[in-house]
Design a protein around this ligand. Sequence first.
Ligand code: CA
Length: 390
Amino acid sequence: MKTKITLALLALASSLHACKNGTEAGNGETPVTDTLEVRENSTLYQSEKQNFYLDTLSADLENPWGLTWLPDGRTLITERSGKVILFDEKDRSSVQVKNVPAVYAEGQGGLLDITLHPDYDSNKWIYITYAKPGPTGGSTTLARVKLEGDAFVGLEELYQTHPIVDSKVHFGSRIVFDNDGYLYFSAGERGTKENAQNLKVDHGKVFRLNDDGSIPEDNPFVNTPGAKKAIWTYGNRNPQGLAYDGENDILYEVEHGPQGGDELNILEKGKNYGWPVITYGIDYNGDIISDLTEKEGMEQPIHFWKPSIATCGMLFVKGDKYPNWKGNLLVGALARQHVSRVVVDGRSVSHEEKLLENHGRVRQVGQSPDGYIYVITEGPGQLLKLIPAR
Ligand SMILES: [Ca+2]
């Protein structure tokens, strides 16, 4: 439910609220909103656990895909066509970053995720994934760069997935780091289902690498003849979302499945997530992919969406800005156009709530270093900020 509210009404409501005892039934210690940040056209959203104002910071983006924040607060946003936008929230201005590597921007391919190294302050590395153009088609590739002024410099290509195939679908891809500094990135199976079960190809996998692209000695398949040594997990269809819970050392993945088969998984060393041998979905043309939904040696998702919502990016909510959402997953939905708040208790999902319905196809949900949650959408291409309210 949403309510348009003017700043004047907001101030009145805020002062009335202040006259009460300071707590609201069932809402715990909800933080006070800094009303100075709220523009007159901001919209108040009431949701189960957390009210928030929605501020549309930009509506000028074109198919934004990933986002991250520089220490000075500016936002780096990738656009699938191959652009990187450096957005300054203070004056809502943006510049286009120069010297971005060429991308294969066809179908679902193009410039994908972006994230900073956990020690960015000292080493200045920015990591990107993109479909790198090949002789025909392209393939999901991980690289790192530095930002000098408004240009990328010193590009180091760290890992290109092989073989390079002429397919326009299922590139993945997200990048996250864990507590020990290992980097994980995901790649889809490129529309050839069998790739996901084949350890000799990179497609349909999630990889674990050192930050310089080298392969950790304790990766699960380093001693398996013919296997790609970067593989951490396999049997993944199109993993477009990764999120890491550093407190409990859990790596979450969402993968865009077949019809009725979008999955939320907990990824663990060397495990097989089953695609296409087991699935809860059917092909988009109605064909049966498999009669099996479970099989020994293959992992079950902790949640799946039937009907599909078309999952994309995902955030694990940290910090105290949204206390009643802390530890929840916020999963972006493309086709169903919302953010799904998923409550995870241990290794199972106990509740789900739809937020922000019909604001566009949600590509990614992010959280800035100062704790605010942002959402990027396509159709229209927007950068949205959720400001916690009472
Ligand atoms: Ca699966």
